[in-house]
Design a protein around this ligand. Sequence first.
Ligand code: SF4
Ligand code: SF4
Length: 234
Amino acid sequence: MLSSAEIKRAALTVGFDACGVAPAGALTDEEYPLRQWLAKGWHGGLDYMERNVDKRMDPRQLLPGARSVICCVSAYPPPETAGGVAAYARTREYHKVVKNMLFALREQLGIEGKCCCDTVPISDKHWATRAGLGWIGRHTLLVTERWGSWVNLGEIVTIEECDVYDTPLPSGCTDCNLCVEACPNHAIGDKMIDVRRCTAYYTTHHQRELPPEVDAHGYTQGCDICQLACPYNR
Ligand code: SF4
Ligand code: SF4
């Protein structure tokens, strides 16, 4: 049986800024409307999202017998200026750092488990929500009280049980709609992004030709506009 207090202490020791633990289980369609998003075709050419839907919705499909998801947050600096390269894209190399910190945490805890960062089919932000680290904002990113959405995430999925599990926080979005209103391309829908209208889709992972109706607003890689509008990011 893992100690929640010990996990969190160890996570800070290896360099994470925050950590929470959730019991492994299935996400609901309401929490993570992946199937609805795919059915609408809002994933555009992100064909890989059509694969491993069962694993994305339930980490027990990723690691049979999984009992706990240890979720870790690593905050990164907010952008100093708008435009150009988005803050997230500037920290892309940071995934390697997060992965190494996950390996170090796993070793320190002496457990077996799957370290997940970026390439594993699991939804980081929904597990961070389950682990009480923040909530899903209307722009569909994780929002933390302390660092807003300027965070990278990683998880260890393990068969170990934990003595105490964290519980999700209530949404802090209340009646705010600033990110939705700020998007120059009206890409943010009902808890989903229509990537075909989103600048980041064309300029972050794969360079795709920007259609004339998508306004990049001075961004050459990614886009921070909806995040910059968020009160938790100020
Ligand atoms: S990243 Fe930019 S284009 Fe995409 S939803 Fe946010 S504001 Fe809109
Ligand atoms: S801008 Fe408002 S609605 Fe959007 S994520 Fe931030 S708090 Fe939530």
